[in-house]
Design a protein around this ligand. Sequence first.
Ligand code: PLZ
Length: 450
Amino acid sequence: MNSTPQGGPSLPQQRKLVTEIPGPKSRELLERRQRSVARGLSHVLPVFVAAAGGGVVVDVDGNSLIDFGSGIAVTTVGNSADLVVDRVTEQVSQFTHTCFMVAPYAGYVEVCEQLNKLTPGDHDKRSALFNSGAEAVENAVKIARHATGRDAVVVFDHAYHGRTNLTMAMTAKNMPYKEGFGPFAGEVYRMPMAYPFRWPGGPDKCAAEALDVITGLIHAQVGEENVAAVVIEPIQGEGGFIVPPDGFLPGLATFCRANGILFIADEIQSGFCRTGDWFACDHEHVVPDLVTTAKGIAGGLPLAGVTGRAEMMDAVHPGGLGGTYGGNPVACAAALGAIDTMLKEDLPAGARVIETLMLPRLQALAATHPVIGDVRGRGAMLAVELIRPGTLEPDAAAAAKVAKACHSEGMITLTCGTYGNVLRFLPPLVISQALLDEGMCILEDAFARL
Ligand code: PLZ
């Protein structure tokens, strides 16, 4: 194999193992990594990447792996997608940076126009661009506090919003995200999540009971008039791909509206076609006041956005928002290429096709393996939760074992969940049906050998 393989969609769409995983070149790099990279950064897979595209990742030893992770829901349009490469190449040869706050450029405005058009609701909107998901969440909270003149922020059990100081406070799980990193930002209040599989009263009562508990707690412990925003992932990502029951998100949005609280949807993982709609909120026609986006927006380049009602976004004084690199021209070019790809290839429909192919097989797997307690998700954001059969007791060891078995067979799959017991599947939306099928066979084998 060529030592520098060309990535992108033309990369052979096949699984191919030519060495053990990791191979000798990856092992050598792993050793160098150990000596040079801080221990705090872990990795899921012990292989180093040489190229990627479509539904495969090729490592430095020439192994071609099936990608069921998309770099954590980022390469929705595939790695090095043609339109992304074209736009980025053109942009990078024109100029790489001026700082939008110094001398603006059209790409930034065009991305904001697309965000305003594509996010839920047809009201007048404004957007602002940043570098990372965490930074977008931080800015959404800044805007909400400024627009309401209130301090409190309500978040949920199992939530993930980032690793900066404020977003660590908003993230639920201690290990590994928060352990030893406090003290955390104040005025963050955590509520129970409508988690159908684990709701004490059962999934049918989950929506109504959760809304009762949450609105009661906000009233008693925070005071509605003190709450600037309720921040929620419409399908929770890192916390376990938890899909709230129908009626929960609309009920929460109605409560917020009635009390002058901004409803902020963190669509960083669930947005941009991933769940079979442009945004997960679209599923129940929920219209958030502010939406945070990142990951899938720019085909792998770092970009994030906050989009919201014009009057709320514009409540902030000129100069109150910004950052050196936010909305970098190359990242904006990538986003325009990625969004163009999503539109041209109708990738929301692509995600629904993936659901149709994968969900029945995951359900069949659950029917034969009692270690699978729950199958859930939408579109190409699917998961199984592993438990000790007949209980709700999480089985993280089983999830790790299945994931590892998949890795050594040449398939990238990720785990998640507060208890680490959820296997999640996030294939690029451009993956071929043949690779999807082969990936499912590997998963089925891994469960059979468990
Ligand atoms: N909000 C809903 O999923 C990022 C985290 C990976 P950044 N999720 C992947 C890790 O272990 O750091 C995420 C998310 C939701 C916010 C974020 C934060 O986005 O771009 O990682 O800052």
